[in-house]
Unconditional design. Structure first.
Length: 71
């Protein structure tokens, strides 16, 4: 499965983290969740941000490509 792309994040002065998808805010994390995200984002940034926002592949893309409407 290809890695997701288009994600970025910004740390704010109040300790919150805003995750952006193609330049638009996807979610805002505050408090403990923001700290947990920052510790985890070091490993695989794009995959981690996709998982935290819920924008990741769900496994049905291949079936949709073969649907008559999409041919």
């Amino acid at each position: 499965m290809p890695a997701p792309h288009g994600f970025d994040y910004q740390e704010r002065g109040d300790g919150s983290v805003v995750i952006l998808h193609h330049g638009r805010p996807a979610t805002t994390l505050r408090g403990g969740r923001a700290a947990e995200f920052l510790a985890e984002v070091e490993t695989d940034p794009q995959g981690v941000m996709a998982r935290w926002t819920g924008n990741y592949r769900r496994g049905n893309e291949r079936m949709g490509k073969n649907h008559p409407r999409n041919r």
